[in-house]
Design a protein around this ligand. Structure first.
Ligand code: SF4
Length: 489
């Protein structure tokens, strides 16, 4: 599809909305309306007498649809002005494209990754939960099911927010290594075959970063509320390396205020009784064992080097090691999976009865995987059935949704939802996704965020993305965290 931006430069807003609604279209921009051919989208903005008017004209298959919206911009500050015109442009593109779709997207015109944060903002600005739900449904066209999910996640976040003090922070520690690469992986993670020799120098650098960060945290008077070790696959480390990492954390940070300690064990083929014992003796309370699917043909098709039997074994070993908070991740939309085999996977997990089950939707690469419109529509329908079936089965089994997020390019424009048994919500997941508190991220690819809780202002400091770059930057790693913990007034 060709698009134009006329009298504005909100390229990201227009592209994001077009991809959200028409994921099979390859987008390209034309400079003027004279250069366009069907299918096209023209986005036009005019401003006059303190009022902005956005108009979108969309033409596909010989049919043209138009939408227009206006809003007052008189007296708005820069941020509010930008927010207003961006929303006008996005919603007019949405209104002009939707008549071409077989059905309204479940998230309506919402393209953001944190819908619950949006709802929380509405409630904090004075709306009741009911009014926020009406706003989501009527203004953003969100489906009744997704609206209920969003309001519930917002309510969980608001409750958790009350338990966070001014000086409370959380830590994320990244181990960007995996035993092999899954075909769908979009993370920065190196395989042990390619980069195994980097693991020891990586740990050396990480232990140094831990020591320096802990000193800054102490000096800033902050206390650590939760720790999450993720990846990659942290249990790619052997038991000695894991023990070294966990001791470094415990020796340098004060964990006397810790309310939650999670290790995303992840791949069952890396989990052993010895490693589980190391985690348990370091007071790790929560682990993740992620099958993604319990169908062996699907696991083979996505390049996992383990079968469903390995998941059952790892789960059993974790229970035997004393873990009573276990999360399991699933992905809807994997190659070769069907609504039926996905439902069987959900049932198998429910029989294991983990405390948390996180249902992800496969993120697709923009314009790459779904070039065939019929295949895209079929996949959207299948993923929709998978998610609806999982939601039904999980609720029947006593699980409730507690956090959710979306990614930019998800199959069918759906979402990822964390489900839990009562009172087993993962604090870190909610805090991180809803941006409730400052989180310092250690390791390659770590993005630390200082959250100013009164205003919602967020400041970031990024670590180098790849293990080698990270190791080479060892002398500079503390600088970003220092800036976040000691901001200039
Ligand atoms: S286990 Fe996770 S991080 Fe590692 S390759 Fe697979 S999807 Fe990527």
């Amino acid at each position: 599809m060709i698009y134009t931006l006329e009298n504005h430069e909100l390229k990201h807003a227009v592209e994001e909305m077009l991809f959200h609604l028409l994921p099979t279209e390859t987008l390209s921009r034309a400079d003027t309306a004279e250069q366009i051919t069907e299918p096209y989208c023209r986005s036009i903005l005019t401003e006059e007498n303190g009022e902005a008017a956005a108009r979108a004209i969309v033409c596909m298959d010989g049919v043209t649809q138009e939408a227009e919206k206006r809003a007052s911009i008189a007296g708005l500050g820069t941020l509010d002005y930008k927010r207003t015109i961006t929303e006008l442009v996005k919603t007019t593109v949405y209104d002009a494209v939707v008549p071409f779709l077989p059905q309204t997207p479940v998230w309506g015109s919402l393209t953001g990754v944190r819908p619950a944060k949006l709802a929380r903002g509405m409630i904090e600005r004075g709306m009741t939960r009911g009014e926020a739900a009406v706003e989501l449904r009527e203004h953003f066209h969100v489906s009744p099911e997704r609206t209920a999910l969003t309001i519930r996640a917002a309510a969980t976040a608001m409750e958790m927010d009350k338990t966070i003090g001014e000086n409370d922070i959380s830590l994320y520690v990244g181990i960007p290594f995996c035993p092999s690469r899954c075909y769908y992986c979009s993370f920065v993670s190196a395989t042990t075959a390619q980069s195994g020799k980097l693991i020891e120098p990586y740990l050396d650098t990480l232990c140094r970063e831990i020591e320096e960060t802990a000193a800054l945290v102490r000096a800033a008077g902050k206390q650590v509320q939760s720790v999450y070790i993720g990846g990659g696959t942290p249990t790619t480390l052997d038991e000695h390396q894991l023990a070294r990492l966990l001791s470094a954390l415990e020796n340098h940070f004060d964990f006397s205020h810790l309310r939650e300690y999670t290790v995303e064990a992840g791949r069952p083929d890396t989990i052993t009784p010895e490693k589980l014992r190391v985690l348990k003796s370091a007071s790790v309370g929560r682990v993740s064992i992620n099958p993604q699917s319990m169908n062996d043909a699907v696991l083979a098709a996505i390049g996992r080097k383990h079968g469903s039997a390995d998941v059952l074994r790892a789960f059993d070993e974790a229970r035997q090691a004393g873990f009573d908070e276990i999360n399991m991740d699933l992905i809807a939309g994997l190659t070769g999976d069907t609504a039926e085999t996905f439902a069987q996977t959900v049932d198998t997990l429910l029989n294991l009865s983990p405390e948390n089950i996180t249902v992800h939707t496969l993120a697709i690469k923009r314009g790459a995987d779904l070039t065939d419109k019929a295949a895209a529509a079929a996949q959207r329908e299948t993923v929709s059935q998978m998610l609806d079936g999982a939601s039904h089965a999980l609720q029947n089994a006593g699980y409730g949704p507690y956090y959710l997020y979306r990614q930019k390019f998800m199959a069918g424009g759906f979402e990822n939802v964390g489900w839990c048994k009562p009172d087993t919500e993962c604090f870190y997941n909610v805090s991180m996704m809803e941006e409730l508190q400052t989180i310092l991220s250690l390791g390659a690819g770590g993005v630390s965020k200082r959250v100013v809780r009164e205003t919602g202002w967020i400041e970031r400091a990024n670590n180098p993305k790849y293990p080698l770059e990270y190791i080479q930057a060892a002398d500079r790693l503390a600088n970003g965290k220092k800036k976040l913990l000691f901001p200039k007034k």
